[in-house]
Design a protein around this ligand. Structure first.
Ligand code: 8YV
Length: 315
C-alpha cells in the first residue's frame, strides 16, 4: 500500500524530516517558490506549515486530499480555519514547545526598550558619544510591566521581570484565579495602559485583537512608557505607533513582529533611534525550532497511526 504523502512547507532540521520519513513519503518544498508547490500538494494528506507559510483558500484548493495541517508555530492566524472546518481537516499547533525562548526574547525587548538601548547603540555608532554621554534610560526595578495576554509565555515573562524587581500587571479577557501564585495583578485594558511603564503584547491575532493598539490606545499610555510587540504585527496599527512616537505620546518601542511583515528597510520606523526591530525571532533558536517542528511531526505521525494527537487545535 502506498505510504501517505506529507509535504513540509517550512525549513526544518534534517532530524525532523528523518522522523517523518519513518512513517510517510515526505516532500520538502520549503526551498521552492510558492508557485512550484502544486505538484507536491496534489496527493498530500498532510502538511507541516508555520506562521510564514499561509494555508489559505488558494492553498487548500491545491490540496484535495488534505486531512491534517500541523503548524510549527503557536499562532495559526495565517490558516483558513473556516476552510479547514468545512472539509473536516484537522489542525494542530506547537503550543508548549517555545515558551522559554519566546519569553527570553520578549524580556530582552523589554530591557532594550526600558533602558533605551536602541538609542544608546545608535548614539555610539553615530559618533555622538565622542561629544556626550548617551541619554539615560529607566530602571527596571520598581517599574510596572503591563502584559496584554497572560498565558504560558506571559507568565514566563513575568518571572523574568519580577527577578529584575518589576511589578507585573496583566490584561486578559477574564482575570486569572492564581494571581497569588504568578504575582501578577489583573487590570482592565485602559487601566493597564495608564499604569504601565512598559506595555507588552502577547495575544493571538484575532478579529478582536487586530488593531487593538491604535491612536486611542497609545494616547492613554504614559509619555515615558514603551511598547513591545511580541504577538503579531497586526495587533498594532503601524501608522498609529509611528504617530505616537513622533508626537511623544510614548517613549519608544521594541518589535519582534511588524505589519507589514517583513517590514521594508526604508520604513520610517527603522530610521528612529527609539525603535528596536528584530525579524520575528521569538522562537528562532536551533533547539526551540527543532522542538517545535518535531512536535508538529509527532502530530502528523499520530494522525497517520490513528492515535490521539499531542496538540490539536479545536476549530
Ligand atoms: C515563529 C510564532 O515565528 O509560534 C508562533 O506563532 O510566531 C513563532 O514561533 C514561527 O511561527 C515558527 O515558524
Amino acid at each position: 500500500m502506498d505510504r501517505p504523502h506529507l509535504v513540509v512547507l517550512t525549513r526544518v532540521a534534517p532530524v525532523v524530516l528523518d522522523r517523518l520519513r519513518e512513517h510517510a513519503r515526505v516532500t520538502d518544498v520549503s526551498e521552492l517558490p510558492r508557485d512550484a508547490w502544486g505538484a507536491a500538494l496534489a496527493d498530500a494528506i498532510g502538511v507541516l506549515s508555520s506562521s510564514n507559510a499561509p494555508v489559505d483558500a488558494a492553498f487548500l484548493a491545491e490540496g484535495p486530499a488534505l486531512r491534517i495541517v500541523a503548524m510549527q508555530s503557536v499562532g495559526y492566524d495565517n490558516v483558513d480555519v473556516p476552510g479547514l472546518r468545512a472539509r473536516g481537516i484537522v489542525l494542530t499547533n506547537s503550543r508548549g514547545s517555545l515558551v522559554e525562548a519566546v519569553a527570553d526574547l520578549t524580556y530582552a525587548l523589554v530591557i532594550l526598550a526600558v533602558r533605551r538601548l536602541g538609542l544608546a547603540m545608535a548614539w555610539a555608532r553615530s559618533g555622538r558619544w565622542m561629544q556626550a554621554d548617551a541619554p539615560y534610560g529607566h530602571d527596571l526595578a520598581g517599574a510596572t510591566l503591563g502584559l496584554i495576554g497572560f498565558g504560558a509565555i506571559g507568565t514566563a515573562v513575568a518571572r523574568r521581570a519580577q527577578a529584575s524587581g518589576m511589578r507585573v500587571v496583566y490584561h486578559t479577557r477574564t482575570p486569572r484565579d492564581d494571581d497569588a501564585t504568578t504575582g501578577g495583578a489583573y487590570r482592565t485594558f485602559e487601566q493597564l495602559l495608564r499604569e504601565a511603564d512598559c506595555v507588552v503584547t502577547l495575544v493571538p491575532l484575532t478579529p478582536q485583537t487586530r488593531g487593538m493598539f491604535d491612536d486611542a490606545a497609545f494616547a492613554q499610555m504614559k509619555p515615558t512608557a514603551t511598547f513591545v510587540n511580541a504577538a503579531r504585527g497586526a495587533v498594532c496599527d503601524t501608522g498609529a505607533l509611528l504617530r505616537a512616537l513622533e508626537s511623544g505620546k510614548i517613549g519608544g518601542a521594541a518589535l519582534d513582529v511588524t505589519d507589514p511583515e517583513p517590514l521594508p528597510p526604508d520604513h520610517p520606523l527603522f530610521a528612529r533611534d527609539d525603535v528596536v526591530i528584530v525579524p520575528h525571532v521569538g522562537s528562532a533558536t536551533d533547539e526551540t525550532r527543532t522542538r517545535m517542528a518535531m512536535l508538529a511531526a509527532e502530530n502528523l505521525i499520530a494522525f497517520i497511526d490513528g492515535k490521539p494527537l499531542p496538540t490539536p487545535v479545536a476549530i
